[in-house]
Design a protein around this ligand. Structure first.
Ligand code: ZN
Length: 420
C-alpha cells in the first residue's frame, strides 16, 4: 500500500486496521487551516515508470512503491539521461538499497532507485511517467477510543504516512492495533485513545481539531520503530518527570534487559507536536532503535526481514507493563499508622513462613504501610523501595483486602487529598 500523508494508501491501511479494532476514520478537507499549517492537497498514485528506448520499464513503481518520491507531481514526457538524473535519488554508500524520499511541501517529481540500478542506465532518451493526482481532497486519520472508568485518557499515537517501510512505522501501527485489541474487552481505569495519523501534519491537525479535549490526556506514548532487534529506548516527555516518564523508566529498569532512557529533544516523531509548549502534554516516545540511527532507516532495507517477531512481542509486553503501572498507580492512606499493624493476626505475616523467596512480599507490605500517608503513590513507593511495581501493587491489594488502606483521591495535578 502506497501510504503518504494523504490519499488512498492511508485509507486502505485504516480499513485493514478496522478488521481488528473499532476505528473511526476522519477526513479533513484540503485547505483547512490547522494552527500554522494548512491541510495539503490529496496525493494519489496509480502507476509510475521510467522506460528506456526499447520500451522496458527500467524503474517500475509496480516493483516497489519506494521508487517514486512521495507527493511527486504528475509528469509524462521524454527526457535525456542528463535531465532524468536531476530527478533521481540513490544511496551510493548502500548501492543495493532504494531510498525513501518525499517532497510534501515543494512541488517536484522524482524517482528513487538503487545506486547499482543507476549505474546501469545508458545514454539516451527515457520516457518518464508518474500517473498521479495532487488535488483538493482530504487528509485521513483513524482514531480508536476505548472508554474507561475515568474520562482521563492515555494517548497512544503511531504515524501512518510511510509506504513500504516496516520498522518505520508499520511496526508501531501493528503494535498500537494489537494493544487496542487486547485492552478493549476489559474496562480500564483510564480511557485509551489510539491515533493513527500521518506524521507532523496529522498530529497537528488532530491537536487543532481537539484542542478543547487535549487536557484529558494524562499520559501518552508515541510509538515508532518498535520491531527491530535493538534494545528498547525511551525518550522522555518535554516535562521530563511526568508519570509516563517514570512509569516507562521503572518498567525498563526492572526488565533485566539493556535499554536507554533519554531526555526530550525537539526532534523526532510526533512527540514534537504533543510536547510543543502550547500543549506540553505528558507524552514520551517508545522505540527500539530510534529513527535515523540504523542504516536501514528510510530505505528499502527496512523491510519484513528487518523486523523481528520477538522484538515486536517484547515491545508489546513492555507497553502492557507500562499500562499496568498507570492503571495501578493509586495513592493510599495507612488506616493504622500508629505503630505497625499486626500483620500475623490478619494472615499477612504468617503466610510468609520465613521462606527467602517470599520475604520480598513482606518487605513490600512494610514499604506500602510506611509510605502510604496520602501523599505518595504506589509508583513513588516502588521507586523508593527499589522493588517491582507489581510486587508493590500486590502488597497494596493484600492490605486493602484487610482494610488497612484507604484510597486517596488524587487530582490531575498530582495533589492528593483524603476523601471527606
Ligand atoms: Zn520515517
Amino acid at each position: 500500500m502506497c501510504r503518504s500523508i494523504t490519499g488512498n494508501g492511508v485509507r486502505d491501511t485504516l480499513r485493514v486496521l478496522q478488521r481488528h479494532i473499532p476505528l473511526t476514520v476522519h477526513e479533513v478537507p484540503s485547505g483547512t487551516p490547522v494552527f500554522d499549517w494548512t491541510v495539503p492537497n490529496e496525493w494519489n498514485i496509480r502507476d509510475a515508470y521510467v522506460k528506456n528506448a526499447q520500451g522496458e520499464r527500467v524503474i517500475d513503481f509496480r516493483r516497489s512503491n519506494l521508487h517514486v518520491m512521495s507527493y511527486s507531481v504528475p509528469v509524462h514526457r521524454t527526457v535525456s539521461l542528463e535531465e532524468l538524473k536531476a530527478h533521481l535519488h540513490t544511496l551510493p554508500a548502500q548501492p543495493d538499497w532504494i531510498p525513501y524520499r518525499t517532497s510534501y511541501y515543494k512541488e517536484d517529481w522524482g524517482f528513487c532507485l538503487s545506486h547499482r540500478q543507476l549505474s546501469e542506465l545508458r545514454e539516451g532518451e527515457y520516457e518518464v511517467c508518474i500517473d498521479a493526482t495532487l488535488a483538493p481532497g482530504h487528509l485521513t486519520y483513524g482514531a480508536c477510543y476505548l472508554p474507561g472508568a475515568s474520562a482521563a485518557e492515555v494517548l497512544v499515537s503511531a504515524h501512518i504516512c510511510h509506504p513500504s517501510l516496516c520498522n518505520d512505522n508499520l511496526s508501531a501501527v501493528a503494535l498500537a492495533t494489537f494493544l487496542a485489541r487486547e485492552l478493549r474487552p476489559v474496562r480500564q481505569r483510564y480511557s485509551y485513545r489510539f491515533l493513527f495519523a500521518p506524521g507532523t501534519i496529522g498530529a497537528i491537525t488532530w491537536l487543532c481539531l481537539h484542542e478543547a479535549d487535549v487536557s484529558r490526556v494524562q499520559h501518552g506514548l508515541v510509538l515508532s520503530c518498535v520491531g527491530d532487534a535493538g534494545h528498547l529506548s525511551y525518550k522522555r516527555s518535554r516535562r521530563g518527570n511526568a508519570e509516563i516518564d517514570r512509569a516507562v523508566h521503572h518498567v525498563l529498569q526492572h526488565s533485566g534487559q539493556a535499554h536507554d532512557v533519554e531526555d526530550f529533544s525537539p526532534y523526532g516523531y510526533d512527540e514534537r507536536q504533543f510536547c510543543s509548549p502550547g500543549f506540553d502534554l505528558p507524552v514520551g516516545r517508545l522505540s527500539r532503535t530510534p529513527g535515523g540511527r540504523f542504516p536501514e532507516y528510510h530505505t528499502s532495507a527496512d523491510n519484513l526481514d528487518f523486523v523481528r517477531p520477538e522484538a515486536l512481542a517484547d515491545s508489546y509486553a513492555t507497553c502492557r507493563s507500562v499500562f499496568d503501572v498507570l492503571e495501578g498507580n493509586q495513592t493510599y492512606l495507612n488506616r493504622n499508622p500508629k505503630g505497625e499493624p499486626q500483620l500475623g493476626r490478619r494472615g499477612l505475616y504468617g503466610a510468609i513462613g520465613g521462606q527467602a523467596g517470599e520475604r520480598v512480599e513482606e518487605l513490600a507490605l512494610l514499604w506500602v504501610l510506611s509510605l502510604s500517608d496520602g501523599s505518595r503513590s504506589l509508583l513513588d513507593i516502588a521507586e523508593r523501595a527499589q522493588m517491582r511495581f507489581d510486587t508493590i501493587r500486590a502488597a497494596a491489594d493484600a492490605l486493602m483486602a484487610q482494610g488497612l488502606l484507604a484510597e486517596v483521591a488524587v487530582t490531575s495535578r498530582g495533589n492528593a487529598s483524603a476523601p471527606p
